[in-house]
Design a protein around this ligand. Sequence first.
Ligand SMILES: Nc1ncnc2c1ncn2[C@@H]1O[C@H](COP(=O)(O)OP(=O)(O)OP(=O)(O)O)[C@@H](O)[C@H]1O
Ligand SMILES: [Zn+2]
Length: 837
Amino acid sequence: MQTDAFGPELPLERTTRFAELLLPVPIPKLFTYRVPHILQDSVQQGQRAIVQFGDRKIITGVIINIHETPPKDYEAKYILEVLDHQPVVTPVQLKFFQWIADYYACTTGEVLNAALPAGLKLSSESRVQLHPAFNLDESDQPFSEKELIVLKRLSHEALTYTEISKLLGVKHLYSILKSLAGKEAIILFEEIKDKFKPKTEKRIRLQPEYAIASALEKLFETLASKPKQEAVLLRYLQEVPVLSDSARNRNGIAKKDLIDEEISESSLATLIKNKILEEFEIVVSRFAELEAGEAPPIHLSADQQHALNATLQAFSTHQNNLLHGVTGSGKTAIYINLIKQALEGGSQVLYLLPEIALTTQIVHRLKKVFGAAMGIYHSRFSDNERVEVWNGVLSGKFKFIVGVRSSIFLPFDNLGLIIIDEEHDASYKQQEPAPRYHARDAAMMMAHFQHAKVLLGSATPSVETFYHAQEGRYGYVRLDKRFGEAQLPAMVLADMGIERKSKTIKGEFSGLLLRNIDEALKKSEQVIIFQNRRGYSPVVNCEDCGWVPKCVNCAVSLTYHQFRHALVCHYCGYKESLPEKCPTCTSPRLKTVGYGTEKIEEELSLHFPEANVQRMDLDTTRSKTGYESIIDQFEKGETNILVGTQMVTKGLDFDHVSLVGIFNVDRMIHFPDFRSYERAFQLVTQVSGRAGRREKPGTVILQTSDTEHPLLKLIIEHNYTDFYRIELADRKQHEYPPFSRLIEVTLKHTDKKICKAAAVQLTDTLKNSLGGIRVMGPGEPMISKIRNQFLMSILVKIPRGKTDLQQTKNSILSKIGFLVKEKEYRSVRVIVDVDPV
Ligand SMILES: Nc1ncnc2c1ncn2[C@@H]1O[C@H](COP(=O)(O)OP(=O)(O)OP(=O)(O)O)[C@@H](O)[C@H]1O
Ligand SMILES: [Zn+2]
């Protein structure tokens, strides 16, 4: 027998249905809830439901299964509300979420949490408000004491679930809220449903009875003595030809476009009051409606046409395909062709980009071609905008999405093509928090589920991708020439050793680079300078005792930022002011060592006082439009020199860049990581690729103290093939990807000893249990403490194809499970990163 105090009169016999929900929590299971009788016939898989989770929390989950078996060991709670009429998560998405959880060793709940935009997730923080039509004094409904307490408070302010629960001192609010909602006193969940608020626009139009010539004439006669109102009307008629086009009048014009200094708002209000003009509201897209068809038709070059044909050919035999086209070869033109074809065939298309910085230019180019069918999805958008895209994909409004990695979670159900631009880019990998997925690899799995084709594009493919192409697993198309007359840039090494001896270095600028910048500026050409360190100086030290300021929370030295006049930790954000004297020896001789982008910007301004220098790095692009304005100014030629971190390296397409300067290549090459050569090759090739993309040839100057380094030789010859051959041999010898898969296990604890002991124990267990698999470590990672947590890491190398990958992962997870059950290790956090980059 069940007690349903607020359900409708119950027939004696009825079946009780249960729904299993996926909740956005890191617990590896589904949760069973009871379906209220009233919803029994309407619940569906993929709808969102609100449930109570734990004692106090209210959260939104997604319905996965519906059945009639009550849970064995607990009493199921009721679903509080079902939020959707139609599913908002598709079956194929659920399958995909499950795959991500299995592959990346996390819970499906964590995947759901990452996938749903916050606007689709109601939680304890959601609010309850009074019903707008409700008035306590006029109501003749009986209210309980508790209900009255809630209503009185709600008459002052909207409250969250948590607040109401505190106010009443009760845990279970459902019956009270349901009762109040039944009496139409509050809006229960309404706000939640409306957490996504469509954007509206106020518009003005002429009342239809005046939209005929005779009536309009009369109207002007009556307004003759009211010049201000007449002016409003005239302005409206200027914009909207009401007599010749009645449809235009029905649409009216935006109120904000009608009003300016010459038009008085009060006259407008009078005209509205007198029923001459009418004010109305429409729901508008948050994405300015984009005009399609502005783009000139693209005529592919013979090489591009050939590559396009080859790609289509490759699609007929392979799901995954690599378009290996040098920088400036015009890969985008080929993408556009393929996207058009896929859309015309009726399927959805996803275009992935690794970073927001890259979206600005590409989005502009694609917008012109695809207009309103194209949606854009990335984290700089507000939550409402993200919900709009989510719903737009569901409703079919957006058939084509351009976005960064999280767009693989959108509710596609009919994908035909996924383009993964700059596929080699490490930003496709999510680092923190779980799911630590690689959007490129996950997208390929999504394509598999939906029978879509994948095109990976890059001028510098990742070693793994190129390997698969070589092995015939991926289709492969190469485009070796730049579009039009453009040539690959000339690569020149600036020998810092020699320049140091001959004293031609100024600061850290080689004489060669300075001379070339000067020449470029004289010819009104633009310059890009790349340095992968932000801030002013990466290190400060005392010239007398050698003291270096360190972060109090992390094992790193602090970076000096001049514009904030502070020492900043790039790992935890800790900040302190630069001391006047050395705190250990009191010497005032503190000097900054090394060059960050800020210092380079400053010195360039000193060397070239006439030039307009701009900086693009994390510090200058925090705002939503930060990138856009910097790129825009550079595009327009208002900026002469652009200094930046890896943000300036890829995808950007400018007409007048003839020189690229690269600081400190040596540091990139010698970075202690098995991928450092690959990274250096890619970064340098990509940033070099920004030079000479049109008729004017480009030059790249690389500052190095090691001109004989074999990797530099390959880079300056644009020799990807030999780079790959040598790199692959090295990977094979050391059993790195693509010859193995890596799983990195990181342990964190505030006590170094505990962290280390746990890591040693886990390593031993793994070594004993994972027969035939190499377990390396434990060791301190390069940064051994972050945010007061000491870190230890273990690397598991799984030979490709030899072991059951899933079984190995499960085994690792279960050993971790045992470890953290031990008393002394209970507070150790263990992070599993599959395919770390
Ligand atoms: N068929 C074409 N017609 C006109 N312009 C073209 C054509 N193909 C390419 N371009 C122009 O050539 C330039 C380089 O093309 P694009 O940006 O697509 O290169 P890319 O291959 O993506 O290079 P990167 O890897 O460096 O990003 C762009 O300005 C583009 O507009
Ligand atoms: Zn820190």
